[in-house]
Write a protein that binds this ligand. Structure first.
Ligand SMILES: O=C(O)CCC(=O)C(=O)O
Ligand SMILES: [Fe+2]
Length: 216
């Protein structure tokens, strides 16, 4: 058997590549007009990107007012506005692939990239919605590429209603190295999300959030 062909059939690759978003993306409709798309393994062989971001991004420590509440921000961050060069060419490729894939539904491109570094399981982000800007009162999408150690993204309705099929608690999406999750519809207004702390002995995780202009 041709080994090159076998490699591509099994989707085994040593080369960092973004896989096709039209394949393997599952939409989870949530209550209140929100939804979450999950595309496991979107970025193949992303070790080099993870290492480069860990090393090259000028990470900031922050304690601040975040979104519409004051939350602990035990993690490091760096925000890239649309006019700033991204710290790795693969991030521009990822942003552009997302813009193409969601163009019809979103009607505008992804522009900014917010990077977060969770140094270990003690780093986290508290419950919040990304409600700064237009996302406060209109639908938007936030696309998150996860790199490094696996962490959980939890979601719960903002109004405190129980979550169907989740034992009344939150929904939990495990995010591994190279996985993509996109929060869409009313998700930022009607749901909150967080990355909970974990006692597991985990190494660092980097998340890259792509947003449209005028949304944090
Ligand atoms: O790290 C993540 O995946 C989520 C980050 C997040 O919700 C935010 O920075 O607004
Ligand atoms: Fe967020």
């Amino acid at each position: 058997m041709d080994l090159t062909l076998q490699g591509s059939l099994l989707d085994l690759t040593d080369e960092m590549t973004l896989r096709d978003l039209r394949v393997g993306t599952t939409r989870h409709p949530l209550a209140l007009g929100a939804w979450v798309d999950v595309r496991p393994g979107w970025l193949a062989a992303g070790d080099e990107l993870f290492a480069a971001l860990l090393r090259d991004v000028p990470w900031h420590a922050e304690r601040r007012q975040m979104y519409d509440s004051v939350v602990d921000v035990p993690r490091l961050t760096k925000f890239y506005g649309g006019d700033e060069p991204l710290p790795h060419p693969m991030l521009a490729q990822a942003r552009d692939a997302l813009s193409r894939h969601y163009a019809g539904e979103l009607g505008e491109p992804f522009v900014t990239a917010g990077l977060c570094l969770y140094r270990d399981g003690r780093d986290s982000v508290a419950w919040h919605g990304d409600r700064i800007g237009r996302s406060r009162d209109s639908d938007t999408m936030i696309a998150i590429l996860s790199l490094g150690s696996p962490r959980t993204l939890a979601l719960r309705p903002r109004d405190g209603r129980p979550v169907e099929g989740a034992g009344g608690r939150s929904l939990r999406y495990p995010l591994g190295h190279g996985d993509l999750v996109v929060m869409g519809g009313s998700c930022q207004r009607t749901w909150d999300h967080c990355v909970p702390k974990t006692a597991e002995p985990l190494g660092p995780r980097i998340s890259v959030q792509f947003r449209v202009a005028g949304v944090r």
